[in-house]
Design a protein around this ligand. Sequence first.
Ligand code: NAD
Ligand code: TDX
Length: 302
Amino acid sequence: MLDKLTYAGNLASLEGLAGDRFRFVRGDVADATLVDSLVAGADAVVHYAAESHNDNSLRDPRPFLETNIVGTYTLIEAVRRHGTRFHHISTDEVYGDLALEDPARFTESTPYNPSSPYSATKAGSDLLVRAWVRSFGLEATISNCSNNYGPYQHVEKFIPRQITNVIDGVRPKLYGKGENVRDWIHANDHSSAVLTILENGAIGETYLIGADGEKNNKDVVELILKEMGQAPDAYDLVVDRAGHDLRYAIDSTKLRTELGWSPQYGDFETGLAATIQWYRDNENWWRPQKAATEAKYKVQGQ
Ligand code: NAD
Ligand code: TDX
C-alpha cells in the first residue's frame, strides 16, 4: 500500500487491519524510482491515489495535475515495464453532468465532458490509461464510480461534513438551492465492484459502478437532520460551487450483466444511519481534520 499521507490520508484508517495482510509505504505515486521498485514486487496494481475534492481543485489545481496526471503516468509506465495487471479507479464526473429532469444516465459510451479541474485531471488520467492499453498493450481495466458514502470518509466531503457539523452544533451547509443530484453508493459496494473487475474484468474495458442511489442534496441533508433529531429545515443555504455539476447518474448494467456484480447496501437510509453512528462513535478519527477543513470553507463563504 503506497500513500503520500497528504491532508486527506489518515494512518488511523489502517488500525485493526491484520498486519500480515499489508505493508504500508509512505510515498508519492509520482516518484518513479519508488514506484518502480514497488511494482517490481506486485502481482497487480489498483490505483486509488488522487487529489479528489472538487472544492480544493477550484482553490489550487496544481496538486491535481501532479498526482492525478503525472502520478497516473508514472504508474502506467512502471506497470508497462513490468507487465503488471493494472486497475485504474476513476469517477463518473469525467462525463460532465446531466439535466435534473433528464431520464438519461451515464453509460460506458457517454462522451467525456469534465467540468472542474478535478474531473478534467481524472478524465486525462483515464485517457492516458486507454492510450497505454492501445499503444503498448497495457493489461488494464478502468472503473468510473458514483459518489461514495460510508465510514472513514474525510470531513471535507458532503455527507461527513454535515454529520460532523450537526455533532458540533453547527447547521449543515447546502450549496446553491440544494437541488443538485448525486448518485450515492456505499464505499463497501464500490470496493466489491473493484475486486470483481480486478478478478474478472476484460482487459481494456471500462466499467461504470453505481447503485441506483440518486438523491438531491437537500433530501440528503433532511435525512441527516431527521436521523440526528434536528428540525428538517435546520440548514443554511450558502454560496454555490463554481461550475457546480447539476446531476450525476450511473447505468451500471454492463458490470451487473457481464460480471454478475450487485450492490449489497441497497437501502440508503439504513446505510446513512449506520454512517452517522460511525461518526458519533469515532470522533478520534475525524476530529483532527475538522477545524482546518471548516477554515478552508469559511474563506469562500461556504
Ligand atoms: P481521498 O482524497 O479521501 O483520499 C486520497 C488518498 O490518496 C489519501 O490517502 C492521500 O494521502 C492519497 N494521495 C494523494 N496524493 C497522493 C500521491 N501523490 N501519492 C500517493 N498517495 C496520494 O480520496 P477518495 O475519496 O478516497 O478517492 C479515492 C479514489 O476514488 C480517487 O481516485 C477518486 O477519484 C476515486 N473516486 C472517489 C469517489 C468518492 O465519492 N469519494 C467517487 C468515485 C471515484
Ligand atoms: O458542504 C457542502 N455542501 C454541499 O451542498 C459540500 C461539501 C458539498 N455540497 C454539494 C456539492 C455536491 O453537489 O454536495 C454534493 C456532493 O459534494 P462532494 O462531497 O464535494 O462530492 P462531489 O463534488 O459530487 O464529488 C465526489 O464524488 C465524485 C467526490 O468528492 C469525488 O472524488 C468523486 O469523483
